[in-house]
Each structure stands twice: as C-alpha cells, then as structure tokens.
Design a protein. Structure first.
Length: 328
C-alpha cells in the first residue's frame, strides 16, 4: 500500500518515455482533476526529485524527532505517563517506516536515504535540533509540535502523490493520539503547582521560535512552494499553515493563563490574520544547515544506531532483492 519499492530480480521494467510538453500537459491535467499519481505512472523528473527530497526529510524528522522525547522515557513522572510516552515515541519511528517506504517507491533506496542523513546531505525538521531540558519540554513537543505537524499533514494528505498521501492519512490518526497525550501533560502542568507552571512557561518560551520556524521560511523566501503547490505536493503555503496553527492553538495556550514570548502576537479581527514578530530566519538557516544546539549529537546517535543495527539488516536481507528502477 505504501511501499512496493522492491521488485524481484529480472522483472520486466519498461523504459519510461522521455519528457515532452504533451506528457507534461497530460500529467498536469491529471493533477488538476484531483487524480492521484502512483509510482508506476509517468511523472516529470522534477516532480520525482521534489517528492524524494520532501518525503525523505519528513522520514528523517520522524526518527530524529523520536530522540528528544525518547530521553524522557526513563524519567517520565509515573508509570502511566511512561507507557504513553513509550507508545508515542514508538509511533514516530513507525511513521518513519511508512515514509521511507513511500520515498522508496520513487527510486531512492532506504540505505542511500539513511546515509544522506548521517553524512549531513539531507535535512530534517529544525525543531529536533533543540534539547528537551525538562518534562515540560515533552508537553510542548507532544502538544504543539504534534499539532503543527497535524496542520501540515492533514493538508498535504489531500495532495497528488498516492503513497505519500496514504502514509500521511495513517500518520494523522496516530498524531491525534499524540496531541491528546501532549495536551494532557500540558494542562496538568499548567494547572499544577507554581513550580510546574514556571517550568511549562520556560519551556514554551524556549520552543516558541523553533515552532514558528517549523512551517518553513515565509512565502517570500520559500524556494519550493510555488512548484510544489502547482503539483499539489504542498496544499498550502508555509505562511498559510503558520496562520492556521496560530489560529487554532494560541487561544488554547492563552486560556490556560500562559504567555507567549512575542509582544506583537495578536489577531487582527478585521483581516482574521495573526500578527507576529517575524522569527529570526538567520537562526533558522543556521539550525537547518547543521549548526543548531543538538545537530551533531542527533546525527552521532543515528550513526551509532546504524552501525549497531547493521548485522540485523544483513541477516534480514534477501540476497535476490533489489530496488525498482524509477520509471521516469
Ligand atoms: N526544518 O522552500 P521551502 C513530527 C528547508 S515530524 C528544516 O519553504 P518546502 C514529529 C527546506 O527543506 C514532521 N528544513 O521548503 C516527529 C528547503 O531546503 P532544501 C515533520 C526546513 O519543502 C517526532 C529550504 O528550507 N514534518 O511531526 O517547500 C516527534 C527552503 O524552504 C524547514 C515535515 O517534515 C524546517 N522546518 O517547505 C514529534 C513535513 N522548513 O531542501 C513530532 C514535510 C524549510 O532546498 N515537509 N526547510 O535544502 C514539508 O511540509 C515542507 O518540506 C516544509 C518546507 C513546509 C517543511
């Protein structure tokens, strides 16, 4: 359903027709009609390349994203919280599985994707380059980062590439559980002792700018939005998604008596748009290009995991299996 990247050796693989204006027009007409593009359908090389880039980054974000919360499993306050967090972190790794399978249908092997992650060639979400300093960070990640991801994923699950959309639909079901888990911890701390509230407020202050960055650079700076929206890979621009998030979640934060570290943040009732201080985009580009507080540590952990797991992968590999060659 999601994958299908492997084909038996010697399978018949017809050569894809070269790109032509007619094929491109037919492809774009299918997208305009709302049809899903499937792995063996003709697609322009640029569509394939963009999808690989985006799905691969998304998959990496899930496995790297398991790390900050993962560090709190052993320290969760109580058995119920520990069980829920363990299940949540495990789900995130499962999401990576779904997404790597979806990206494999486009012709890039999982091994190449993981190598590109470890050697720093591929990006992953900015937010996972920050430490989870306290238990309140787990609340902020589970509530607000999962909420931000849901805004992005619900929209893009209506997109054009079948395997990615189906993976996103399933991921969203699980993310709604994650959001409940995060919200429960968040409300517990917000309505707890003074010390708990202060810990939550401090986590919120630290995470706010990374969360604003999460949706990507503002539309005037975004490189890929125009192409990706034309081909319905992205169903809304970075700014539109950021606005949706602010609209849905700022009131929920304020109603708990918490503040956000942006004096300009307010809804303009005449336009319905949220006004906010533009986050520092230099910081964002530093972080996504390897210079955030935890980038080196995150990749080092992944590298060790890859090295230690090599014998398991070797034991499971079928000698006659190979990756499908892309059809376009
Ligand atoms: N972080 O042209 P733009 C989760 C890069 S995990 C890092 O606007 P695009 C969870 C961008 O790649 C869910 N890099 O890009 C897991 C591009 O660089 P390259 C994570 C970013 O693609 C565990 C450059 O900036 N969600 O929920 O049109 C625990 C220019 O940007 C970011 C996804 O991965 C960023 N935030 O739009 C808890 C969603 N933003 O590639 C929770 C899938 C931008 O040219 N991805 N860049 O070198 C997307 O929807 C889109 O790729 C983005 C960016 C909206 C993020």
């Amino acid at each position: 359903m999601y994958g299908g990247g492997y084909v038996p050796a010697g399978a018949d693989e017809p050569k894809a027709p070269a790109e032509s204006p007619e094929l491109l027009a037919q492809f774009e007409a299918r997208i305009a009609r709302g049809e899903k593009i499937e792995p063996r359908d003709w697609m322009p090389a640029a569509y394939r390349k963009q999808l690989i880039r985006m799905i691969e980054q998304h998959a990496h974000s899930e496995i790297i994203g398991a790390l900050p919360e993962g560090t709190w499993i052993t320290r969760a306050p109580g058995f119920r919280r520990k069980l829920a967090l363990m299940a949540k972190v495990q789900d995130e790794v499962g999401h990576a599985q779904l997404l790597y399978s979806a990206a494999e249908t486009l012709g890039k092997s999982r091994e190449d994707m993981l190598n590109d992650l470890i050697n720093g060639k591929s990006k992953y979400s900015n937010v996972f380059n920050y430490p989870a300093e306290t238990w309140a960070d787990v609340a902020v990640i589970g509530f607000l980062i999962d909420a931000a991801a849901i805004v992005n994923q619900v929209a893009n699950s209506k997109g054009s590439y079948g395997p990615y959309c189906r993976a996103l639909e399933r991921i969203c079901y699980e993310e709604s559980f994650h959001l409940k888990q995060g919200h429960s911890v968040f409300v517990w701390l917000a309505t707890g002792t003074t010390m708990q509230r202060e810990m939550l407020q401090s986590a919120l202050n630290r995470w706010w700018e990374p969360i604003m960055h999460f949706f990507g650079p503002s539309d005037t700076m975004s490189q890929h939005t125009e192409t990706l929206m034309r081909w319905k890979v992205k169903m809304a621009s970075n700014d539109v998604m950021r606005q949706q998030f602010l609209n849905m979640y700022v009131p929920k934060i304020w109603e708990l008596g918490l503040s956000l570290p942006d004096p300009e943040l307010r809804k303009d009732e005449t336009t319905g748009q949220w006004l906010f201080t533009e986050p520092n985009w230099d910081t964002f580009f530093q972080v996504i290009n390897g210079n955030g507080p935890c980038n080196r540590e995150r990749l080092a952990v992944r590298k060790v995991a890859e090295e230690r797991g090599a014998w398991v992968r070797a034991a499971l590999r079928r000698a006659d299996a190979r990756y499908a060659t892309p059809l376009a």
